[in-house]
Design a protein around this ligand. Structure first.
Ligand code: XBP
Ligand code: MG
Length: 253
């Protein structure tokens, strides 16, 4: 089945936004709002099992002795921290501190040249996608994508398949006509539950994670080495549309 659309995850897949963006922004928001705890790089890695920044804050407060006592107070604090965090994240991105991962822009260009549609399927907030892609693809970034689905569009967040089911509906395509690119186990679980084939470009937090159900797993789109199933060493030296198509045929075969 030829590939009709490529569906991109955002955090960890397009860029190392979790460690280099969201985590820093959460900690500076804690400081600015007089919240006495901070998240380490390791602690944040564990918290990534909870998708959605607001949900992650609330989950963590259950183990913070200094957190407000009532649920209503916690929800109020989580809302205000989350809003603050997203503004700080946008600032970090605008300062040019988060590059796209290697091979991402080239694969997007491949899709545009070959007439393969692109979509975004993420649990992150729309404002964060706007900040990241506006900074890297320019003000008209939205025109690059047939649909852009964010946390606000699919409130049942990954690993729930809702965002991928919605992407298929908006694209008007069947699951076997698309391919997703993800970096995390929860993202892959969402794809598998939606029947969407998925290739994994490991991000820093998931270097050693297992990804049952993925078509291929590798260290990044900028390189053909280290992938499973292995890629033939040919030009270009990165993961291109032919490589993706090859994995899809192996999966079907
Ligand atoms: C990753 C997430 C998000 C981000 C933070 O999304 O789980 O919650 O960590 O963004 P994905 P928000 O990998 O699907 O792009 O604070 O806006 O939720
Ligand atoms: Mg991700």
């Amino acid at each position: 089945m030829p590939l009709h659309a490529l569906i991109w995850d955002v955090d960890g897949t397009l860029a190392e936004t979790e460690r280099d963006g969201h985590l820093i922004a959460f900690n500076t928001a804690f400081e600015a709002q007089g919240v006495p705890w901070r998240w380490s790089v390791e602690r944040y890695g564990a918290l990534l099992a909870v998708t959605g920044g607001y949900e992650r804050l609330l989950h963590d407060m259950a183990t913070q002795p200094a957190a407000p006592k009532t649920l209503a107070e916690r929800e109020r604090l989580a809302l205000s921290l989350h809003l603050d965090k997203n503004q700080r994240y946008a600032q970090i991105v605008a300062e040019g501190r988060i590059p796209l991962r290697e091979g991402v822009r080239a694969l997007m260009d491949d899709c545009r040249a070959a007439g393969v549609a692109m979509a975004i399927a993420t649990t992150t907030s729309r404002s964060n996608v706007d900040a990241l892609l506006g900074a890297h693809l320019g003000a008209a970034w939205r025109d690059w994508f047939a649909c852009v689905l964010c946390g606000e569009d699919a409130p049942r967040k990954k690993p729930d398949p809702q965002v991928y089911a919605l992407a298929l509906e908006r694209l008007g395509l069947a699951a076997n006509e698309v391919l997703a690119i993800e970096d995390s186990p929860v993202g892959v679980r969402a794809c598998v539950a939606a029947g969407v084939p998925v290739v994994v470009t490991r991000s820093v937090y998931f270097e050693h994670a297992l990804f049952p159900g993925a078509c291929a797993v590798g260290p990044g789109l900028g390189n053909r080495q280290g992938w499973s199933p292995a890629l033939p060493s040919s030009l270009p030296l990165r993961v291109d549309l032919d490589a993706l198509q090859g994995w899809l045929s192996q999966r079907a075969g």
